[in-house]
Design a protein around this ligand. Structure first.
Ligand SMILES: Nc1ncnc2c1ncn2[C@@H]1O[C@H](COP(=O)(O)OS(=O)(=O)O)[C@@H](OP(=O)(O)O)[C@H]1O
Length: 390
């Protein structure tokens, strides 16, 4: 009997022991989950999501200038990351910042190559630009040609998430070579291992030392040349110079040594640059033809997505930039980038791109066409593509 009483009492006591054990384990696992959650989401992440941070700080921004000035360091950093994210979506802002990094006057002028949506906070962007990845020498260069459409190619390709580009022209392999590789590397945006570093300086294509110097940096460098009808290119070049120096002689006077004899002045840069085959031969002493990709400056305007598709293939990038990224701006008369998700306005290139050309006599144009024809034919043969400039 005594045994029965004991055992009948023992039964409820073991079940209560079980439930208290269960409660203990349950509370323990709850606490563990809470600790894990806190560690994962409340501490500073290794690489915070810019978009997440953007949302966190958005309220602070809309709360007016006073609050903006009082922004916490964390929020400032988040905004920096957001700007960094816009390196792909709003290159202009970085271009403005980068024009400060590259100290040359001409480099600064490049910052105005893209139409801005609003002024940027250069120092904030600069901070963010230094946060992730490493500064690396470029793997790919847009080496020319001047007035070919090099800015358009750079601005379009840099919306690719695997591309980071210097917005300004560093002129390293022509004017600044004596500053050294470290100086050059220092100008570059930080890149992750998976990303390509790029810059564009159109004068490289006609600089005799450039191919050798670039090959010394790396023989694997990928080269992009944006070519355009050399006659139109020359007129575009002249129009640009005229806009800066209105007192220069007429196009005809500069283009010919003797016009009646049809003697073209090949010492004039605007003419010389368009003799593509001569410059290309110099490059081919240091690089294989397969390392050079030629973009048609004409098709870049009529079919930007098609040209950018081929550029992406050449760079070994996934085709991310497509038709969806472009629209034709009738006012500008050129394709522009559609309104990116993170920016308030669509982006066209700046006023210096797509200028109205000075009127040139049709006869002069014909004479120059005749002059360039043999050079063009050799160029087509060499690159294996007829650009149909004749
Ligand atoms: N999408 C778009 N928007 C504006 N302009 C465009 C575009 N695509 C190509 N182009 C052509 O680019 C020409 C300028 O070439 P570059 O950028 O190589 O010029 S520069 O050498 O950097 O000064 C520029 O030459 P001009 O028209 O003579 O001004 C344009 O014809």
């Amino acid at each position: 009997m005594a045994y029965r009483v004991l055992s009948s009492r023992a039964a409820p006591s073991s079940s209560s022991k079980f439930s208290s054990r269960f409660m203990f384990i349950f509370t323990l696992s709850l606490s563990f989950t809470y600790v894990c959650y806190s560690v994962l989401f409340c501490s500073a992440p290794v690489m915070p999501s810019s978009r997440l941070e953007e949302r966190r700080c958005a309220r602070g921004e809309s709360a007016g200038a006073k609050k903006l000035l009082q922004k916490s360091a964390a929020c400032t950093e988040a905004n920096s990351s957001r700007s960094e994210l816009k390196a792909t979506a709003a290159p202009l802002r970085l271009a403005v910042n980068r024009s400060e990094q590259a100290s040359t006057r001409s480099s600064r002028a490049r910052g105005a190559d893209v139409t801005r949506s609003k002024p940027s906070n250069a120092s904030t962007i600069s901070t963010s630009a230094q946060r992730y990845g490493n500064k690396k020498l470029p793997n790919a260069l847009i080496v020319g040609v001047k007035k070919g459409g090099t800015r358009a190619v750079l601005e379009f390709i840099r919306i690719h998430p695997d591309v980071r580009a210097l917005g300004t022209e560093p002129h390293f392999f022509d004017r600044n070579y004596d500053k050294g590789m470290d100086w050059y590397r220092g100008l570059m945006p930080r890149t992750l291992d998976s990303q390509i570093t790029m810059e564009k300086t159109p004068s490289y294509f006609v600089t005799h030392e450039a191919p050798r110097r670039i090959a010394t940096m790396s023989q694997d460098t990928k080269l992009i040349v944006v070519v355009r009808n050399p006659v139109t290119r020359a007129i575009s070049d002249y129009t640009q110079t005229l806009s800066k120096k209105p007192d220069i002689p007429s196009f005809e006077d500069l283009a010919f040594k003797n016009r009646s004899q049809g003697l073209v002045d090949t010492s004039w840069n605007a003419i010389r640059i368009g003799m593509y085959i001569l410059h290309l031969e110099n490059w081919l002493q240091y690089f294989r033809l397969s390392q050079i990709h030629f973009v048609s400056g004409e098709r870049l305007i009529t079919d930007p997505a098609g040209e950018l598709g081929r550029v992406q293939d050449f760079l070994g990038l996934k085709r991310i930039i497509t038709d969806k990224h472009f629209y034709f701006n009738r006012t500008k008369g050129f394709p522009c980038l559609k309104k990116p998700e993170s920016s308030s306005t669509p982006r066209c290139l700046g006023k210096s791109k797509g200028r109205t050309h000075v009127q040139i006599d049709q006869e002069v144009i014909e004479q120059l066409r005749d002059f360039y024809r043999p050079f063009n034919v050799k160029f087509y043969e060499m690159v294996g593509h007829d650009f149909r400039w004749d």
